[in-house]
Design a protein around this ligand. Structure first.
Ligand SMILES: [Zn+2]
Length: 216
């Protein structure tokens, strides 16, 4: 059975390397054979995104982090948000936009790479071209899905856990969507995973309160 933890994620990174895949960004062209587009939608926690980004950097892996400007959970324009963008870039990752339909906003400073994906998209616009952007769900980046796309959505691998197939290089190329919040709490099963996120979020908010000199 698949489990979800930083340790298991490191095994996944090692499988990518065993399979000889070349990590690439969403640069506009159809992915070449042997490439892997590792994408992270950051829905809830910048802290978990940074923790995952550090793991990847330590293992020589580059990923594309898509960040929200309209998240109810974090503020990308806050000092913590801007320093998260800087840290992701320092670690060598690509940073794009996880957009809330219909708003695509390149205005955040220091700016996004022009790659985006919609948060919780409806099927009728999910894969549409977005002028000026590479939409990660356009057919050129998802192929026929069967052997070219895997997602860990709600800790359910719809077409199977890709680890063994990555190590065996069975994907011609692959877009792999991973949500950091589902892995960084070392919990498997959505109820405990959400609880674990809320515990980490409480700790992070307490830290922000200390930084704001609220006399705690
Ligand atoms: Zn999302």
């Amino acid at each position: 059975m698949s489990d979800f933890s930083p340790t298991r994620y490191i095994e996944l990174l090692q499988a990518i390397q065993t399979g000889g895949y070349l990590l690439t960004g969403f640069d506009g062209a159809e992915p070449a054979v042997g490439t892997l587009l590792l994408r992270h939608d950051v829905d809830m926690s910048l802290e978990d995104a940074i923790a995952m980004a550090e793991l990847e950097h330590a293992h020589g892996v580059q990923a594309t982090y898509l960040l929200m400007t309209r998240s109810v959970f974090y503020n990308l324009a806050s000092p913590a948000g801007l320093s998260a963008i800087s840290r992701l870039r320092e670690l060598g990752h690509w940073v794009g936009h996880h957009a809330l339909h219909p708003h695509v906003e390149p205005t955040i400073d220091p700016g996004f790479d022009r790659v985006m994906a919609w948060h919780n998209p409806q099927p009728d616009y999910m894969a549409d071209a977005v002028p000026g952007w590479a939409n990660a769900m356009e057919p050129r980046f998802t192929g026929d899905f069967e052997w070219t796309y895997r997602s860990d959505s709600n800790q359910t691998w719809r077409r199977g856990d890709p680890l063994a197939e990555l190590a065996a290089a069975r994907f011609p190329w692959l877009q792999l969507l991973i949500h950091p919040v589902l892995w960084m709490g070392s919990t498997t099963g959505m109820p405990t995973t959400i609880d674990s996120f809320l515990d980490r979020d409480r700790a992070a908010r307490l830290e922000h309160l200390h930084e704001d000199n609220l006399g705690l």
